[in-house]
Design a protein around this ligand. Structure first.
Ligand SMILES: CC(C)(COP(=O)(O)OP(=O)(O)OC[C@H]1O[C@@H](n2cnc3c(N)ncnc32)[C@H](O)[C@@H]1OP(=O)(O)O)[C@@H](O)C(=O)NCCC(=O)NCCSC(=O)CCCC(=O)O
Ligand SMILES: Cc1cc2nc3c(=O)[nH]c(=O)nc-3n(C[C@H](O)[C@H](O)[C@H](O)COP(=O)(O)OP(=O)(O)OC[C@H]3O[C@@H](n4cnc5c(N)ncnc54)[C@H](O)[C@@H]3O)c2cc1C
Length: 663
């Protein structure tokens, strides 16, 4: 019989884990779908992934193609819904060209194509009769989208656009799926008609032949090379692409935002130009949800292992202390556990926000777009930075064994870290939030109401003066007190920055000079959003014994840990006193003690299969040592006792030493 080494931990839980699984999944339906699909993937040997790090790039890549094809076959055979298919790709857990096809190419056409264009291209994409990528970034420019150099020049003679790469730096560089697989791409290029420039737009361009997969005339395309980490993101063919006067029909410019007429006239719709950036809003909101997936996975591994691992503290020959019982371990681990839950909640809220803005855009209401852009950009930045750092912290929390590939953490880290860069560099995105905040502050006196996530700024006078009410540690558990402290901190930092900015004659110069402070303002605002959405979630009725109580503890851990990490902000703006800061710390310690008996059950609620975690340290049954020992012997280096190269290189040195000794 299988022994559950963590059974004792599981028996300590003070809440209904099954109900928490439903909260984590979002709904009973979502849980059932996820659970079924996760098991389906885990039980299919074709989706095995533990050998990835040992494969060379070519073999690795071919293997990814095989898996993606097999996944597509299963999706069709089982007639999976869109939701189920997307869960299947998620649990297969291997970056592939399909991510960009479904995640960016299709949404770009949906968001920026006219009805007619959608009708033409989407069915082809949905049946995978064409495979698309999203080719925006170039060798010379990624963040600065307006700086892109690829040109799309309208030729009225032939009613075509000529797509061209005029410089080396205009080569498309990075798009996933482009390197070896994509047949088509949404290509971003500067629109030129009648000798005039009209900014960057998206164009559907065929890259490779649908017969023999060779690049079409005028196209040079390939992979950009090996990336960070073994296995990891190297399953993806990030590509380079150059155009030499490639012609496409006029109707392949995505024309929802602007149209080019037969005569070459550019006509703007009543849709704002910013919608050209719409796909990025969509993907950024998805990335927020993904952050909770990646962080929860790392936290699940580190929590289970911390309960298995014992070090020091044995008394009278008894068991040593489980490392999870050290306060320092809890102080590093539990805020990450809380963050995983917090990002889940905020990811769910983002789904709502996105649905809301999409409906408004359909009805030609563009009023919330700037705020939605600020939210998606800011939360993408906040959650991915915290997750990347969190995965690395989880590796350290697992001591030496965390550095083994079989811990699952190195590969997770290597796959995850580019999220801090792609879809907008995190600092560049925070500066977008800061711009939005400075605009909001500057309009406060003008009668324009601060809305949505900035509504709190409408109470600027109160928030500039309020004094924190905390008298004892438990006061820090009150949502109203926490909210006020975070709102006051964000408001005071914003107002202080706006005042500093106003000292500059030239606003842009001031913005550049103060950009480091502005980033901190944006972080304060985004942390407030997370705290407030978590608190809002707790106002709802949440069924299941003890479930709500656990979430309340985690919410407090999230907020008070941030307060502790950013004490400088809270103290220097006079939002709280040093005594209140110390009380917050006392409360945090006490919360750790409450989380401790529930920790393993709280990560069980993620419902991850061992296949998905692919971590010996994070095994559900906690049977770590025998499995680590077994795994070591499976390494190809142990296939032979004396390694290749020993006789050739090492033995001569040893022999030389012997000869020297005899002399
Ligand atoms: C940094 C900016 C935002 C700068 O834009 P800009 O036009 O040069 O300058 P600006 O004056 O600051 O902005 C003009 C205006 O546009 C607004 N705006 C900017 N972005 C958006 C948006 N997404 N939605 C809605 N509105 C947006 C701004 O707020 C400005 O509005 P305003 O004039 O102030 O009212 C932009 O260039 C940008 O988004 N850069 C990041 C590039 C990026 O994210 N690339 C992603 C490539 S695809 C990828 O990485 C795939 C990932 C792969 C994977 O998932 O695996
Ligand atoms: C794994 C991966 C997959 C990708 N997939 C795709 C894809 O499918 N399609 C696609 O089009 N692109 C893709 N990209 C490209 C990606 O979107 C860009 O790399 C990203 O937007 C960052 O742009 P950059 O490389 O130009 O960075 P840079 O802007 O050159 O950043 C370099 C440094 O400059 C700083 N910086 C830049 N501008 C400012 C500023 N205004 N103020 C202060 N600091 C600044 C940044 O913070 C950073 O520290 C991918 C990238 C990666 C790593």
């Amino acid at each position: 019989m299988e022994v559950d080494h963590l059974a004792d931990e599981r028996s300590k839980a003070q809440f209904d884990v099954e109900e928490m699984k439903i909260v984590w999944a979002g709904s009973r339906h979502a849980f059932q779908v996820s659970d079924r699909i996760a098991r389906l993937v885990a039980s299919d040997p074709a989706f095995q992934k533990d050998h990835r790090a040992r494969l060379g790039r070519k073999e690795l890549f071919k293997n990814t193609l095989r898996k993606a094809a097999y996944a597509w076959k299963r999706i069709n055979e089982l007639r999976l819904t869109e939701e189920e298919a997307s869960r299947l790709r998620f649990f297969v857990d291997e970056p592939a060209f399909t991510d960009l096809h479904w995640g960016m190419f299709v949404p770009a056409i949906k968001g920026q194509g006219t009805e007619e264009q959608q009708q033409k291209w989407l069915p082809l994409a949905h049946k995978m009769q064409i495979i698309g990528c999203y080719a925006q970034t170039e060798l010379g420019h990624g963040s600065n989208v307006q700086g892109l150099e690829t040109t799309a020049t309208f030729d009225p003679q032939t009613d075509e656009f000529i797509i061209h790469s005029p410089t080396l730096t205009s080569s498309k560089w990075w798009p996933g799926g482009l390197g070896k697989v994509a047949t088509h791409g949404v290509i971003y290029a500067r629109l030129l008609t009648n000798g005039q420039e009209h900014g960057v737009h998206g164009f559907i361009v065929q890259i490779r032949s649908l017969d023999d997969h060779l690049p079409l005339p005028g196209i040079t395309v390939g992979d950009i090379g090996i990336k960070f980490g073994s296995g990891a993101y190297n399953t993806m063919d990030n590509g380079v692409l150059r155009f030499d006067q490639v012609r496409i029909p006029r109707n392949q410019m995505l024309m929802r935002v602007s149209q080019v007429t037969r005569e070459g006239k550019v006509v703007q719709s009543d849709v704002p130009r910013q919608l050209v950036y719409g796909t990025m809003v969509f993907v950024r909101k998805t990335i927020v949800g993904d952050a909770s997936n990646a962080l929860s996975r790392a936290v699940c591994i580190a929590t289970r292992y911390s309960a298995v691992r014992r070090q020091f503290g044995s008394q009278k020959g008894g068991l040593e202390t489980q490392v999870i019982d050290y306060k320092t371990q809890q102080n590093r681990l539990f805020p990450l556990l809380a963050s995983a839950y917090a990002f889940r909640v905020v990811g769910e809220w983002m789904e709502w926000l996105y649905t809301d803005v999409t409906q408004r855009l359909k009805a030609n209401d563009f009023s919330t777009l700037p705020e939605v852009h600020a939210c998606t950009a800011g939360l993408k930045s906040l959650t991915t930075s915290a997750t990347a750092d969190g995965i690395e912290e989880c590796r350290k929390l697992c001591g030496g064994h965390g550095y083994l590939h079989s811990s699952g953490l190195p590969e997770l880290f290597a796959v995850y870290v580019p999220a801090c860069t792609y879809e907008g560099d995190n600092i560049v995105l925070l500066l977008q939030v800061a711009r939005f905040l400075m605009k909001t502050v500057s309009q406060l006196g003008s009668g324009k109401k601060a809305v949505g996530t900035t509504a709190y700024m409408g109470r600027v006078e109160q928030l500039m003066q309020c004094r924190c009410d905390v008298q004892n540690a438990e006061d820090w558990l009150k949502p109203s007190i926490v909210m006020e402290a975070f709102e006051a901190r964000a408001t005071r930092m914003s107002v202080a920055c706006a005042r500093n900015l106003s000292k500059f004659g030239n606003q842009e110069e001031g913005f550049l000079e103060l950009s480091a402070d502005l980033v901190e303002v944006a972080v304060a605002h985004c942390q407030l959003i997370v705290v407030s959405k978590f608190i809002e979630k707790l106002q709802q009725d949440i069924p299941g014994k003890g479930v709500k109580n656990q979430l309340e503890n985690l919410c407090s851990v999230y907020a008070l840990n941030i307060l502790h990490k950013h004490l400088g902000d809270f103290l220097s703006t006079g939002c709280i006193t040093p005594m209140q800061a110390s009380l917050a710390n006392d409360q945090l310690r006490s919360l750790y003690s409450q989380v401790r008996p529930n920790a393993v059950a709280l990560v069980d609620a993620f419902n991850y299969t061992d296949h998905f975690l692919s971590s010996i340290l994070g095994r559900y049954d906690g049977n770590v040592y025998p499995k680590l020992y077994e795994d070591a012997w499976k390494d190809p280096l142990n296939d032979s006792i004396v390694p290749d190269g020993f006789h050739e290189y090492v033995q001569p040195i040893l022999k030389q030493q012997l000869r020297n000794a005899k002399l």
